[in-house]
Design a protein. Structure first.
Length: 249
């Protein structure tokens, strides 16, 4: 994979300790990462995050948003980090050292990628993980699987930098039909899928939430391009129109 093809964003979801945000920023600066977004930080935590020695620019340009989709919407690849402990995952965890090979196998067309880290106390929720194309774990001892947030960011940034898959500059704003669809496009398509499934009675109240999580993962696994999304979206729009016509008769 060419290093210039991937521009990484580090996303911290609901961090609880301002020192950890600073440590994460310092780790990013150490290994050439600049794009930091923080999702739903506790207000006191975010306000107390003033600077990180050697990483002032990273902290100064960091952005806080309310929802995860605001942080990953323009990304065409989302990787979640989890130890996998104390929960049942129906997806294979990629050991961190194997991530470069996994990325290479996916090709080099992904302009922006987001690497997600959960809160120090609970990690990423299953809902957060359902927005990820893949889940990565740092190989740690089973009797002490969780790492400090700042240390986890440092280890992941080091591994990506060592594999030379960190872009030297932000991705181009040009959009090509052959490019992988970003999360915003996929969310729009997913919402249309859900509307159609609701209209035909496929989604049942008791299993709705679990079914939607599975469907979202299936959609991510398809690896749709911008052109794919346009075609499928058109098909769904026609189905919606036809259902509406039939219901009006």
């Amino acid at each position: 994979m060419k290093s210039a093809s991937v521009s990484w964003r580090i996303v911290l979801v609901r961090p609880r300790n301002p020192l950890n945000i600073g440590a994460a920023a310092r780790a990013m600066a150490n290994f050439g990462f600049r794009d930091l977004m923080v999702v739903a930080p506790h207000d006191p935590v975010w306000q107390e995050t003033r600077s990180a020695v050697g990483a002032e620019d990273v902290v100064k340009s960091a952005r806080a948003v309310d929802e995860l989709l605001e942080a990953i919407g323009d990304a065409s690849l989302v990787i979640g980090t989890t130890s996998g402990s104390r929960r049942t995952l129906d997806r294979e965890l990629i050991p961190l050292q194997e991530l470069p090979a996994w990325l290479a196998a996916k090709g080099s067309k992904r302009a922006r990628a987001a690497l997600l880290f959960g809160s120090e106390k609970h990690g990423l929720s299953n809902e957060h993980l359902s927005h990820c194309h893949a889940l990565v774990r740092i190989p740690t001892e089973s009797n002490c699987p969780s790492m400090n947030l700042g240390q986890a960011v440092a280890v992941c940034c080091y591994e990506l930098a060592r594999a030379n898959i960190v872009a030297a500059r932000p991705p181009s704003s040009r959009v090509f039909l052959s490019d992988p669809a970003n999360i915003h496009s996929l969310v729009h398509l997913f919402d249309r899928v859900v509307r159609v499934l609701d209209q035909v009675g496929y989604l049942k109240p008791k299993s709705r939430a679990a079914t939607l999580v599975k469907l979202r993962r299936v959609l991510l696994d398809l690896g749709l391009t911008n052109n794919d999304v346009r075609i499928v979206g058109g098909i769904l729009a026609q189905i919606e129109w036809k259902i509406g016509m039939d219901n009006s008769e």
